[in-house]
Design a protein around this ligand. Structure first.
Ligand code: BTN
Length: 264
């Protein structure tokens, strides 16, 4: 196991991004890397926190994010962005696209998808999740938290969790997480830059390639009701577009999606 190390991560960050101050915090153990970045003082540039283990790793909908020590990536980035709160759904999608781009660079191309809004799946098993949290509005300061199962052998894990997988399960290789984190930072910053300049629309062709739900019939629990329909894609804000059996279109900003096999 190669330990997490700030200088090794830095070696993999492209020179053009090193012009921005990037403060890297490496911790042995922390409740949650997202939570940790919320507590630090505001500083210029970007702050990154990576931990060997999390004791209270959190996912969407307040779920636990299983975070065993020394195996995986528990990564958070805090930054200030000149975007509107309305654009946040789109931002969470482009963070997931950065992870998929990283998988492409590792030559992991087959059966990898993003399940809206930001579950990264391989062979229907969860490889990665993202959790975006707002620190303050005006200017918008936020934390992008990413958990990637890297070197875990998930077949040996007995915890009762949703079906998941790791990079090791996919390729049989062990990875240097410092290298992966460096690449992830580059791809996140590239996507954030493109997002701020050209908006989410510039990512839609890529999203369509990575979209797990496209043309599938899904049920979405949204504001205490369930809507069922066929996914036709995402709109310019990153909302999921569902076409129900009456031909009505629903643009959903959030919700838990389940593929439904019943007739509509
Ligand atoms: C999800 O799929 O529900 C989102 C999971 C996000 C997990 C990451 S791990 C690093 C960061 N710290 C946390 O507590 N959560 C995120």
């Amino acid at each position: 196991m190669i330990p997490l190390d700030a200088s090794s991560i830095r070696l993999n960050i492209l020179q053009k991004y090193l012009n921005i101050p990037i403060n890297i915090h490496i911790l042995q153990s922390v409740d949650s890397t997202n939570q940790y970045l919320k507590t630090i003082d505001h500083c210029a540039g970007i702050s990154i926190c990576c931990a060997e283990a999390q004791t209270q790793g959190r996912g969407r909908f307040g779920r636990e994010w299983f975070s065993p020590p020394f195996e995986n990536i528990y990564f958070s980035m805090r930054l200030t962005l000149n975007i509107k709160a309305l654009q946040l759904s789109g931002l969470s999608l482009i963070a997931s696209i950065a992870v998929l781009d990283m998988l492409m660079k590792l030559n992991i191309k087959k059966d990898t998808y993003i399940k809206w809004p930001n579950d990264i799946l391989w062979h229907h098993h969860k490889l990665c999740g993202c959790l975006i949290e707002i620190v303050q509005t005006n200017p918008l300061e936020l934390i992008i938290g990413i958990g990637i199962n890297v070197n875990s052998n998930t077949k040996q894990q007995t915890e009762n969790l949703i079906p998941r997988c790791s990079l090791f399960d996919i390729t049989g290789q062990q990875y240097d997480r410092n290298f992966l984190i460096g690449i992830l930072i580059n791809l996140l910053l590239k996507n954030i830059h493109q997002f701020a300049k050209n908006g989410l629309v510039s990512f839609i062709p890529k999203w369509n390639r990575y979209d797990y739900l496209k043309d599938k019939q899904v049920s979405v629990v949204h504001s205490s009701s369930t809507i069922t329909g066929v996914v036709t894609g995402i709109d310019h804000l990153g909302h999921l577009i569902l076409l129900d059996k009456n031909g009505t279109t629903h643009n959903l900003s959030s919700g838990e999606t389940t593929i439904s096999y019943s007739k509509i």
